[in-house]
Write a protein that binds this ligand. Structure first.
Ligand SMILES: [Zn+2]
Ligand SMILES: [Zn+2]
Length: 182
């Protein structure tokens, strides 16, 4: 499997590389880092001081920043900005059936909760959320297994509780779609 990664706005190369390598290992995939793309002003909500995840994805589609030649290739946009969607206060990530997923590492960073900087904690959380959104892209729903990466994780504690791997059931579902991650 090939995964395209689109860095959105300012984000350190060290973070991107670490996320890329961890994703490749976890999903037995190859990741291609695309060039950095600025976040669109049109997606920023000044009142909420957050970006609208849907508007970011629309921007990526409309401007042709991402060419969806092959919808079987998941595209993962990564931003440090806080994002929201629909009626939700915030989201860690979002998957769009058109082929693009987005994750925000804003609330995955320990510093957001007043804790000291923790690079490995941040990477681990980011990989879980990235794998989760890509899992949706591959057709998986939320999983009742609390340790499965596809379990619903509305808080950072839930993210920490689950693993970065798919449970047995989810792996079987992926295998029936011809996706073998081992
Ligand atoms: Zn989900
Ligand atoms: Zn599962």
């Amino acid at each position: 499997m090939l995964i395209r990664i689109v860095p959105l706005g300012e984000i350190e190369d060290s973070l991107l590389t670490a996320i890329k390598e961890a994703l490749e290992e976890t999903l037995n995939a190859r990741c291609k880092l695309l060039e950095k793309t600025p976040l669109p002003d049109s997606a920023f909500n000044r009142w909420r001081r957050q970006f609208d995840a849907e508007k970011i994805l629309d921007f990526l589609y409309d401007t042709g920043k991402i060419k969806f030649i092959d919808k079987s290739i998941p595209t993962l946009a990564i931003t440090k900005e806080d994002i929201y969607y629909n009626g939700l206060n915030f989201v860690f990530g979002l998957e769009d059936p058109a082929g693009c997923c987005i994750i925000s590492i804003a609330r995955l960073d320990p510093r957001f909760y007043g804790e000291p900087k923790g690079f490995s904690v941040l990477i681990e959380r980011a990989v879980k959320e990235a794998v989760h959104e890509i899992g949706h892209f591959l057709g998986l729903d939320h999983c009742p297994d609390r340790f499965c990466v596809m379990s619903f994780s509305p808080s950072v504690d839930d993210v920490d509780r689950k693993s970065r791997d798919f449970c047995k059931n989810c792996k079987v579902k992926l295998a029936t779609k011809g996706i073998n991650i081992e």
